[in-house]
Design a protein around this ligand. Sequence first.
Ligand SMILES: NC(=O)c1ccc[n+]([C@@H]2O[C@H](COP(=O)([O-])OP(=O)(O)OC[C@H]3O[C@@H](n4cnc5c(N)ncnc54)[C@H](OP(=O)(O)O)[C@@H]3O)[C@@H](O)[C@H]2O)c1
Length: 277
Amino acid sequence: MQHAIITGGSSGIGKATAMMLAKQGANISIIARHQNKLETAKAEIEAVRADPEQRIICICADVSQQAQLEQAITKTIEELGTPNLLITSAGIAHPGYFHELPVQIFAETMAINYFGTLYAIKSVLPSMRQKQQGHIVIISSGAGLIGIYGYTPYSPSKFALRGLAESLRGELKCWGISVSIVYPPDTDTPQFATENLTKPQETKLITATAKTWSAKSVAKVILRGIERKDFVITPGLEMKLLQVWHSLLSPILNWYFDKIVNKVHSYSNEQLTSNNE
Ligand SMILES: NC(=O)c1ccc[n+]([C@@H]2O[C@H](COP(=O)([O-])OP(=O)(O)OC[C@H]3O[C@@H](n4cnc5c(N)ncnc54)[C@H](OP(=O)(O)O)[C@@H]3O)[C@@H](O)[C@H]2O)c1
């Protein structure tokens, strides 16, 4: 029986993917920080599993703490064996204006999104190497392909994952281990709702035309990509175009984004002037 470890499997894209894998008959380990959310997700995943023999385990760990995460992953391997699949979905986003955000937010975002992924890969690698098989799926973002106004802590952490996936792919291939990187679009999840609380007006307008996906639709595309062992997984045409053409599209997108930002700023200036009159 397959064993899939999913960091961030208690919510959003991670949980939706865990549920689909459970439907296909896999044993699942989910890792996240909050026990109550983990327990709720475990019950939801158990409810859809193909066979009552399948085991779903949840372990509390903060992915930014290497020792904690390594301990959690070791426990899942002891219980359910070498994973066939590791999906690193744990992540946070805290949009805002660069000049207002404390450095601590940048450090925390990098610690969770980038190092949390790297530590998870380091932890599964010895057993995957020994078995000469496995598949590692890294969840990046459309914001890992182009820098977006208001996402100065988040975009670099997702760009870093792209660098990691691209440089790691060839190394792990030699041991029979596949790597994929996913660039999800805006997806309706608790993280997306939290982001909207601090998103600058400019960012909201820049991203307003993009379709918001459901976590289930994103998970479906991820599973298809896993089956095909695609290195790049892009849910939807927008992400596909962005992934293939981002360097060429960048000047056009920057022109469009600047136009939106200028509109917001001139409206704010008009408001200020009329308030002062
Ligand atoms: N939603 C979008 O629009 C979107 C778009 C592109 C990419 N993504 C990426 O997709 C991934 C999943 O996001 P989502 O939207 O599904 O978010 P979500 O619903 O908020 O789920 C995030 C998951 O990560 C866990 N997590 C967060 N910080 C953690 C930490 N330090 N240690 C362990 N677990 C942690 C959360 O559980 P706890 O809080 O309990 O730890 C939760 O299970 C993220 O990497 C995100 O950046 C999302």
